[in-house]
Design a protein around this ligand. Structure first.
Ligand SMILES: [Zn+2]
Length: 67
């Protein structure tokens, strides 16, 4: 049985079949929750990459002031 509403896709977050159409504001996700989860995963991934990048110690560009 097919319900009108448009084509369905697998939610990238949970894999559930969800309608990919104007009726689904969270497309291609199945719900706001999955959309938020995915965005959160992205954010944490970016954060991890950023935190992983060690700041270059560099040369001693600030010598102690000599009296
Ligand atoms: Zn989902």
């Amino acid at each position: 049985m097919t319900r009108a509403g448009g084509p369905t896709v697998s939610c990238p977050a949970c894999g559930r079949r969800t309608v990919f159409g104007p009726g689904n504001p969270w497309r291609p996700f199945c719900s706001e929750r999955c959309r938020t989860l995915d965005l959160g995963a992205w954010a944490s991934e970016q954060y991890r990459i950023e935190a992983d990048a060690d700041p270059d110690p560099g040369e001693d560009g600030a010598p102690p002031p000599s009296a």
